[in-house]
Design a protein around this ligand. Structure first.
Ligand code: SAH
Length: 235
């Protein structure tokens, strides 16, 4: 097979800004800060080596190994815009994957903490974030269903794997005021849902729930699922 011609590094800025214009601005995302964050993060440097580089800015999710995917750029932008970050928030992400969404969030919030179940993916994300010189993101290997108790409450929570319901401990770790976005549903039908916790003293906070787009995310796993997956691979 002929060797693929490498795309020179200086061409990527243009490829990326064309993708942003078409896929993200073209679908109605106008928040300047979100658009700038997309321009700042080189998605082509985040993909695992087995993915052809020319797919980096394609309008689709891409496989990152272990049956997981990096989300389509538009969906990352959409979820990020809905989180309405001003720059002073503590954010919890569940499902670090490649670290792409983590990197975008790190440009828009004060600090991002991210939990990933699969150690190899957490390691890949750690290398990616280090290469991008991102210093306000911290990663942990663990079950995101439990959140990251030690640093709660979070001003924003983003879940990037599909849940059938928001895990109780995650909702409990959301600050009031605070926002949580997640794909909710099953293998056939999912919707992005935005939850907004509003303080209501002297009563408990009010939870506002808004259904957004239909989407398709990989399912959130449990520790037991992971052990089964590993056992199967070792058979
Ligand atoms: N945000 C990622 C894409 C995530 S895909 C990116 O930008 O690349 C969903 C991720 O959730 C996968 O990496 C998967 O391993 C992880 N995941 C699944 N179940 C989880 C759990 N219980 N806790 C933490 N991470 C989980």
């Amino acid at each position: 097979m002929p060797k693929r011609k490498e795309i020179p590094e200086e061409n990527w800025d243009k490829i990326r800004s064309q993708a942003i214009t078409k896929q993200i601005m073209g679908r109605g995302i106008a928040d300047e800060r979100v658009l700038n964050a997309f321009q700042e993060i080189p998605r082509h440097l985040i993909l695992p080596p087995q993915i052809p580089k020319e797919l980096a800015y394609a309008d689709r999710p891409l496989p990152i190994g272990y049956g997981q995917t990096i989300s389509q750029p538009y969906i990352v932008a959409y979820m990020t815009e809905k989180l309405d970050l001003q720059g002073n928030e503590l954010v919890l992400e569940v499902g670090t994957g490649s670290g792409y969404q983590t990197a975008i969030l790190s440009k828009l919030a004060k600090e991002v903490l991210s939990v990933e179940l699969i150690p190899e993916l957490a390691e890949m994300a750690r290398i990616n974030l280090k290469r991008l010189k991102i210093s306000n993101a911290e990663l942990k290997i663990g079950d995101g269903n439990e959140g990251w108790m030690e640093n709660a409450p979070y001003d924003r929570i983003i879940i990037t794997a599909c849940v059938s319901d928001i895990p109780k401990s995650l909702m409990a770790q959301l600050n009031a005021p605070g926002k949580l976005i997640a794909p909710v549903g099953n293998d056939n039908r999912q919707k992005l849902i935005l939850y907004e916790k509003k303080p209501n003293p002297p009563n408990p906070p009010i939870l506002d729930i808004r259904e957004l787009l239909p989407v398709m995310f990989v399912p959130m796993r449990t520790k037991a699922d992971l052990e089964k997956m590993v056992a199967k691979e070792e058979e």
